[in-house]
Design a protein around this ligand. Structure first.
Ligand SMILES: [Zn+2]
Length: 392
């Protein structure tokens, strides 16, 4: 609702309805409109007061007007192959239990896991005084997995969710149509559990600090062994840079051979291929650099791969169109891994035990953001079957 005397402001009312409210719907909507109106009027008065009180800053406050858009009438149907209303609760329990058992079976160090599955159908009606009348339904199906692994003194908690506005089929088969692509939920949950082992964030920091110390004391060989062990568990670009430093090698071609030895600790890994591509690029081996980047990128190369491809084409003096094509791809490519806080999502330059943005302890992980949809807390409740939005 938009209303006001001295200034126009919005007033909102939200209420969850169930089937028991259907017979009272007219009265409920009438009450909601009156409450929204009173709120808009008070809001408008407060806005006018603020405008008078805060001088130049207050002048930034303006009446709330709707942007003129065509008022549409439409019925939008839900998209699903398996109707959420037909999925048997017993089958859902069996499925979630089975995924949870498989996650636990990956390794005895998986000490706890939580698997949740939900599938639902929502219907929303949107009407406005300008004539909009949209009756929209959608399915929502989601799988959540949370894993706690314990390595010695360190425990690691990792959780993520996959979901889509589709039916139960997306958990069984995954989503295959762009822009939302993710694997079957079982594979997603198993990959998450495996990732939890490589993650132990302090591992990268420990490897690099120990290696730095060993380089400082002149023991380059030991530093290289430290970094090889670190790379096998959790590869990271900082480790590759230190490895080259520890080797003391300055010849660009020989440096490619040295990086090959490091990459062999975890072949086929994105970081291994990227480190090799970097070294090949520095040595002027364009064909080899392209080959490593192709291997690193797969069908959806992330930003770092696209940028490095552009650099290879630039330095190889290829057609400028190729350089531009890779730069354009970088703009829409999946985001790179970075140190991200699992609690607040903030991105950091390096690993710290405490997140500088939200103060959480031990929440920084080296990972890509929202790789498989958004992260939801495990305690998320399914939404009610009927939601009323009174807009305008
Ligand atoms: Zn944080």
């Amino acid at each position: 609702m938009l209303a006001g005397e001295r200034m126009i402001a919005p007033g909102y009312v939200g209420q969850v309805l169930g089937t028991a409210d259907v017979t009272e719907l007219d009265r409920i909507i009438q009450d909601a409109i009156e409450r929204a109106y009173r709120r808009a009027m008070v809001n408008g008065e407060m806005k006018a007061d603020a405008r008078e009180k805060y001088g130049a800053l207050g002048a930034a406050l303006a009446d709330t007007h709707l942007h003129p858009i065509p008022a549409l009438e439409d019925t939008v149907g839900a998209v699903y192959r398996v109707d959420p209303r037909t999925v048997d609760l017993g089958e859902m329990v069996r499925y979630a239990t089975d995924v949870s058992r498989q996650v636990a079976a990956i390794d005895p160090r998986v000490k706890y896991n939580y698997v949740g599955a939900l599938t639902e159908l929502s219907r929303e009606l949107f009407v406005s005084t300008e004539g909009a009348r949209i009756d929209q339904s959608f399915a929502l199906t989601q799988g959540t997995c949370s894993v706690v692994t314990v390595h010695g003194e360190v425990s690691q908690d990792l959780y993520d969710a996959v979901g889509h506005q589709r039916g139960w089929e997306i958990l069984l088969d995954g989503a295959t149509e762009l822009p939302l692509v993710f694997p079957a939920f079982r594979d997603f949950a198993l990959a998450l559990a495996r990732e939890a082992f490589g993650l132990a964030p302090e591992r990268i920091a420990v490897s690099s600090r120990l290696a730095e110390l060993q380089i400082k004391t002149g023991d380059g060989r030991r530093a290289m062994r430290t970094l090889e062990r670190g790379w096998a568990l959790a590869p990271h670009p900082d480790l590759a840079a230190l490895y080259l430093k520890a080797s003391g090698e300055n010849d660009a071609l020989k440096r490619v051979g040295i990086v090959r030895k490091l990459a062999a600790q975890k072949p086929d890994d994105l970081e291994s291929n990227l480190a090799l591509a970097h070294a090949a690029l520095e040595a002027g081996l364009w064909g080899e650099a392209r080959r490593y980047l192709d291997a690193a990128g797969g069908t959806h190369p992330p930003v770092r791969v696209c940028r490095l491809m552009a650099e290879v084409e630039e330095r190889a003096q290829s057609d400028q169109a190729k350089v531009h094509e890779w730069l354009a791809r970088a703009a829409t490519a999946p985001a790179d891994k970075a140190w991200r806080c699992a609690a607040c999502g903030a991105q950091h330059e390096g690993w710290h035990s405490v997140c500088e943005s939200c103060g959480a302890f031990g929440t920084l992980h080296w990972r890509a953001p929202g790789t498989y949809g958004h992260v939801l807390p495990p305690e998320l409740e399914p939404r009610p079957a009927l939601t009323m939005n009174s807009g305008g």
